[in-house]
Design a protein around this ligand. Structure first.
Ligand code: ARG
Ligand code: ZN
Length: 879
């Protein structure tokens, strides 16, 4: 069943107060809900039937205004409870029995290990009690939990604790009250045997907020990084957005079984433990940065999401796109801005562009969906963040801040739309964003082709932009977007030329933003003394596919001279893409491979330049991923791409061995002599060291093996240890590999998150036999389909990062994934649906593979009772 944005109607009834009581037992839970309700004056006259959402609830008792209702007084289906109110104000009391102990979908109330926890976004609350489970129904919540005191000494919910006590039978209870109105999706409770670390934060206006992070006792030593990140986030949101925290206490709880990264429940964020726990011994630098980013993201939701929330789920990007933009800027301020941008753009172009080109493509504000859980996508999150970044670019930082201030002030306590957000930006800046809003309604990745023309006589230089956007499901034709193109012009010495458009009185610096608004549009610069080389889309100022016919020498020139760090990297990537695509074509024609030596020379210059940031050197040395090369191809030849890329890597390793070796040794030496810190300088050094090591090992020499084993054995941190393990796993040194894997597993067998890394490293190994290795690991004692992190680490890493093995020409990889999706469908529909993604991309591949992939999609479709999540993805992929 499809739900459409155009069918939105305000709720018939409102819930002013919600009083919940949970009695938690080992074999069931009783939920009593008292809802203080009234007719919504904005929704019309009369008293329509009240239709409450509710799924998998065993109704034990129902009262309307203290009068017990008999079976004939209400209607109950498997998704709704309806009854007829007799006055405009009334109170509903219900008691239901639910079974968190057997909830494997991890939605609603469930058990993760020994603790009870909740995940209500988007529509999980209806699995807890009968309710108006929609974000535009906002209520004040009071929650009482009771449970066995010994097993569940900690009882938490949203807001502030207001009462607690003991019962005779070894049970205890606690009551929490959240003074802020919120939709049900922000409700949370936790009960368990948890320890916490505690700190405090003094807000801008001088209030002290207690900060607590809860975790199972064995992980108590891995919380400091998350706490530091939280305090930095609170300060940053005050400084950059003027947003202060509003309750007396802010809590984070780490749980092991969690479908997504984390959840911003009011005052009680619940996190996948992979996004909270960090310790140098067990978490990589990347994991540390992820913790910092996710802690910030969830904290920032307190304003962009909670205080101002979404009217309906079509507006999801209102909070997610904005909050991703906010957390990205936070991370850029805490670490290297350029490196953060490079990582985000590489991710967007590889994965979101593929989504935009696939059967599930949808606008940032979708028009329809079947299952909202399927719309927590890269388009809503990452492209949504790019849309916010473009508004920021077009308005400038100051007007953007005025706009966000106005938005928060105007809509505090409300459930609003993306239009309301844009309206605030327009009102505060005086700019008209009508056309810009097409970014919210049109799906697909625009293509922007650029031509240029220099008139040496007139000293004018003209850039002509042509934009287009491919058809996407339900959208044949697109209107032109507003595309902000940040750019500059370089002369032949690499100097930046002053920029002045025809008709302008003065030059406006050497870098500026052109707003391309038409299908074809030209910009003419005057007083341009020489033929310039353009640097376009600086900082990736718009999520488009840019085409300018750069020659390889020009790209090498930009790599060295562009004043924009992002574009220096981008020039290197484009050079590598061109060189790799040429190799792919040679391979497809059956010719011997010949690598353009300019790629080597460009990387030699990068490696030899001691003044460059080491993180930038590492980024420049990283060739475009196979998945990105696949995304760029009309038809992805996975084998040729793999062969071409490996050929290039081996050539780089061979030609630059001495430089790589020297750089590696110096980095490793610095590591040995300095205690680990997850700071920007050290992270940069380790990333350079580890990519250097991966090249050195391609030489397959004993001396390289020795340094790799040394690093694996003696590193004092997981970043170096895991990188060495990954390199060994991908090497031909079978004995050393087996030895390292066994040692690692023995040492970390009790640490679930580290074992996830151990699975993932093996699942991503592209050497022959990948499927068999993954199948064997499915039987490993530490693996279980019930834990989403394990599924992602083994099945997800295999299907998404191990192209040559997953796309085996006999279809065995596809069959394996389909089998897992069928099994997961019965356990956890959200995870099943996510794992399906690689099969939905069947149109990208050759005829043989297309047939095989489709056959597996059909097989899943015919496999029995399917969840709505899996059904939606299957039906759209096969359409
Ligand atoms: N709002 C959460 C976040 O991005 C994600 C919750 C996703 N939940 C889901 N069922 N898909 O911070
Ligand atoms: Zn979010």
């Amino acid at each position: 069943q499809t739900i459409h944005l155009k069918d939105y109607r305000a709720p018939d009834y409102l819930i002013d107060e919600t009083h919940l009581t949970f009695e938690l037992f080992e074999d069931h839970t009783l939920v009593h809900a008292q809802l203080v309700m009234r007719r919504n004056p904005a929704a019309g006259d009369g008293l329509p039937p009240l239709v409450l959402d509710g799924q998998q609830l065993e109704l034990l008792d129902l009262h309307l205004d203290d009068v017990p209702l008999a079976a004939g007084d209400y209607q109950l289906t498997d998704s709704h409870l309806s009854l007829q109110p007799t006055q405009a104000r009334f109170v509903i009391d219900s008691t239901v029995r639910i079974h968190p102990e057997s909830n494997t979908a991890l939605e609603g109330l469930y058990k993760s290990g020994g603790m009870f926890c909740t995940q209500c976004e988007a529509e999980g609350f209806r699995k807890i009690t009968f309710y108006l489970d929609r974000p535009d129904v906002m209520s004040v919540f009071t929650t009482t939990l009771s449970a066995d005191k010994q097993a569940y000494p900690i009882l938490l919910s949203n807001g502030n604790p207001i009462a607690s006590g003991e019962e005779e039978d070894g049970r205890h209870w606690a009551t929490w009250q959240d003074p802020f109105k919120k939709p049900a999706y922000l409700f949370a409770l936790v009960a368990g045997d948890l320890w916490c670390i505690e700190d405090s934060f003094r807000t801008l206006s001088g209030r002290d907020v207690a900060l607590r992070i809860y975790v199972e006792p064995e992980n108590i030593g891995k919380l400091q990084h998350a706490m530091d990140s939280l305090k930095k986030s609170m300060k940053w949101d005050e400084e950059v957005y003027g947003r202060e925290y509003d309750l007396d206490i802010f809590m984070i709880v780490a749980v092991n079984d969690f479908n997504m990264g984390a959840m911003e429940n009011k005052g009680l964020n619940i996190f996948n433990s992979s996004c909270v726990l960090a310790h140098p011994d067990t978490a990589t630098d990347a994991a540390h940065q992820r913790v910092e980013a996710v802690v910030a993201h969830e904290y920032f939701h307190n304003w962009s999401g909670n205080r101002v929330t979404c009217r309906d789920w079509f507006q999801l990007s209102l909070k997610e796109g904005f909050t991703v933009f906010r957390d990205a800027e936070f991370s850029a301020d805490m670490n290297s801005r350029t490196v953060k941008r490079i990582e985000d753009v590489a991710f967007l172009r590889t994965h979101q562009f593929a989504e935009d080109a696939g059967p599930m493509a949808h606008p940032v504000r979708p028009d329809s969906y079947m299952e909202i859980s399927n719309f927590y996508t890269l388009t809503i999150y990452e492209k949504g963040a790019e849309v916010l970044r473009m508004i920021h670019t077009l308005l400038g930082a100051e007007a953007f801040r005025k706009g966000s201030d106005l938005y928060f002030e105007r809509h505090d306590g409300q459930a609003v739309t993306c239009d309301d957000f844009v309206q605030a930006m327009e009102d505060a800046s005086g700019q008209d964003l009508t056309q810009f809003k097409r970014w919210y309604t049109q799906s697909g990745t625009p293509r922007l082709a650029v031509e240029d023309c220099y008139d040496a006589h007139a000293k004018t230089y003209t850039l002509t932009f042509r934009q287009s956007c491919p058809a996407t499901p339900g959208q044949e034709r697109k209107e032109p977007f507003v595309i902000p193109v940040a750019m500059g012009l370089l002369d032949s010495h690499g100097r930046e030329l002053p920029l002045r458009l025809a008709g302008e009185a003065e030059t406006a610096g050497t870098s500026r933003v052109l707003a391309v608004t038409e299908a074809v549009q030209s910009f003419t610069f005057v007083e341009v003394p020489v033929q310039p080389l353009p640097s376009l889309l600086r900082g990736f100022s718009a999520p488009v596919k840019l085409h300018y016919p750069y020659g390889r020498d020009q790209l090498m020139f930009l790599m060295q001279h562009d004043s924009d760090g992002f574009n220096r990297w981008e020039a290197g990537q484009q050079l590598a893409v061109q060189v790799l695509q040429a190799l792919v074509e040679q391979q497809q024609r059956g010719e011997p491979l010949h690598l353009d030596g300019r790629l080597i020379e460009a990387l030699r210059a990068v490696l030899a330049d001691e003044t460059l940031d080491q993180a930038m050197v590492a980024e420049m040395l990283s060739l475009p991923a196979e998945a990105y090369l696949a995304e760029l191809s009309e038809m992805a030849d996975v084998d040729a791409i793999h062969i071409a890329r490996e050929f290039a890597r081996e050539a780089i390793a061979r030609e630059l061995f001495d430089l790589l070796w020297a750089r590696y040794q110096r980095c490793r030496e610095a590591s040995r002599s300095t205690p680990y810190a997850a700071d920007a300088a050290q992270i940069a050094r380790r990333s350079l060291q580890n990519i250097a090591l991966s090249y050195l090992m391609l030489a397959r020499s004993e001396e390289a093996l020795d340094v790799c084993v040394e690093q694996f054995e003696h590193a004092d941190n997981m970043t170096e240890r895991l990188a060495a393990l990954a390199v060994l796993v991908n090497s031909p040194f079978d004995a050393d590999k087996a030895n390292a894997l066994a040692k690692f597993a023995e040492h970390f067998k009790d640490d679930a998150l580290v074992m996830d890394q151990w699975f993932a490293v093996q699942a991503a190994c592209s050497l022959p036999g990948g499927l068999e290795r993954v199948q064997a690991l499915m039987h490993h004692g530490a693996f279980t389909l019930k834990n989403p992190n394990k599924v992602r680490a083994l099945i997800g890493a295999f299907a998404n990062q191990n192209h040559v093995n997953f796309h085996r020409i006999d279809g065995a990889g596809y069959r394996f994934l389909a089998d897992q999706v069928i099994a997961l469908n019965a356990l956890n529909p959200q995870i099943a649906s996510r794992q399906l993604t690689p099969l939905t991309r069947w149109r990208k591949f050759d005829q043989t593979r297309q047939v095989l992939m489709r056959a597996e999609l059909e097989r899943i479709l015919a496999s029995g009772e399917l969840s709505g999540d899996v059904y939606e993805v299957l039906s759209k992929s096969l359409a």
